[in-house]
Write a protein that binds this ligand. Structure first.
Ligand code: AHR
Length: 343
């Protein structure tokens, strides 16, 4: 083959490979941030148009929350929903919300990745007269008319439940030096789930001088980060008695590290584990005695959001806050919930 034809062939091959790569990337959502999964706003005036900005897909809980909102705001239920995933970046959420404003959606539903930094974009939504519904987490704004309502969990109450459970569990137990060594794996810094669970837990822990909090570390609600942080803490602290892990995904990572280090967890184990979320895999571990307690955070919030929208459509007033129902699961009461759990 002549040198020129050889180079042309190589160039064509490179272009083909690049095109395949770009096409696959778009399909898998690797390049576009934020991804807008549906077509642009519907011309069908009978449907209620909703722009949804989900904060990411960091946990099992999050996937269940996404499924819940997509199922509730379906075409069959009278909605045209446009979905975007911000991949844990506030900038992506702001872009998505601006996009929804310029498309003129009827409502915006969004789960804020963190509490601060929403004033400007929510003011833009208010000026465009688009009602904003907060789902799961909330925002810290000086003017609460910037959103209509918040549908989610009482995160502070979850933290209090964790503290109270630990308080009663430790009552008749004795520890070396009379101190209980505690480490805390925290979720995304500045998020409602992290702030609420930390504040709630500390409301109880501050009454217990014998609870020694060795470290509180950000593991971003992910298994990988938690595994890394727990492995590091196991090298640093010779004795850890209790792990408070602010979600199940981080608990899985921590359990991997404990196992690697030959440390047992749960009922009769070396380390007592308090987890949050109560997804199926974690509840199985509660049932098997590997996790002591799981404080439920209920992701099934789509129906509540839909109810709020329907009320607003009928001109009814809505409350400023709707909390979903949640329980505390231990080996004693987990069986029934485990059988029904879908996520
Ligand atoms: O905001 C809810 C929290 O976010 C859940 O506990 C966690 O799993 C998720 O990532």
């Amino acid at each position: 083959m002549k040198r020129n034809s050889y180079y042309s062939l190589i160039s064509i091959l490179i272009i083909v490979i690049l095109l395949v790569f770009i096409f696959a990337g778009e399909t898998l959502g690797l390049f576009l941030t934020p991804t807008i999964d549906n077509e642009s706003v519907s011309a069908d005036e009978n449907l209620i148009t909703v722009g949804i900005s989900q904060l990411g897909s960091e946990s099992v809980w999050r996937s269940a929350n996404t499924e819940s909102i997509q199922k509730s705001l379906s075409r069959e239920n009278g909605y045209f929903a446009i979905f975007s995933n911000a991949r844990q970046k506030q900038d992506n959420q702001i872009k998505a919300i601006r996009n929804y404003i310029s498309q003129g959606v009827d409502y915006i539903v969004f789960s804020p990745v963190m509490e601060d930094g929403w004033e400007s974009v929510l003011t833009e939504a208010k000026e465009a007269k688009i009602p904003v519904i907060l789902m799961d987490r909330t925002v810290n704004v000086s003017d609460d008319t910037l959103y209509v309502t918040h549908v989610g969990s009482d995160m502070k109450e979850e933290g209090i439940k964790a503290g109270k459970w630990l308080e009663s569990y430790l009552k008749n137990r004795t520890f070396e030096d009379d101190t209980v060594n505690i480490v805390i794996l925290k979720g995304t810094r500045g998020s409602t789930a992290e702030i609420g669970r930390s504040n709630g837990f500390h409301e109880i822990s501050r009454n217990h001088p014998e609870w020694k909090i060795l470290e509180e570390v950000d593991a971003d609600f992910t298994t990988a980060k938690a595994r890394e942080e727990m492995t590091r803490m196991l090298r640093k602290y010779p004795r850890i008695d209790v792990l408070i892990s602010q979600n199940d995904d981080m608990t899985f990572g921590a359990i991997d590290s404990f196992r690697q280090a030959g440390i047992t967890t749960g009922i009769n184990g070396d380390v007592t584990i308090v987890s949050f979320d109560a997804c199926h895999e974690a509840l199985t571990m509660v049932y098997n005695g590997v996790i002591n307690v799981d404080i439920e955070c209920n992701p099934i919030q789509g129906e509540y959001v839909s109810e709020v929208i329907k009320k607003l459509e009928n001109g009814e007033t809505v409350d400023k806050e709707y909390f979903v129902e949640e329980q505390v699961f231990t080996k004693e009461n987990v069986k029934e919930a485990l059988e029904k759990r879908q996520y």
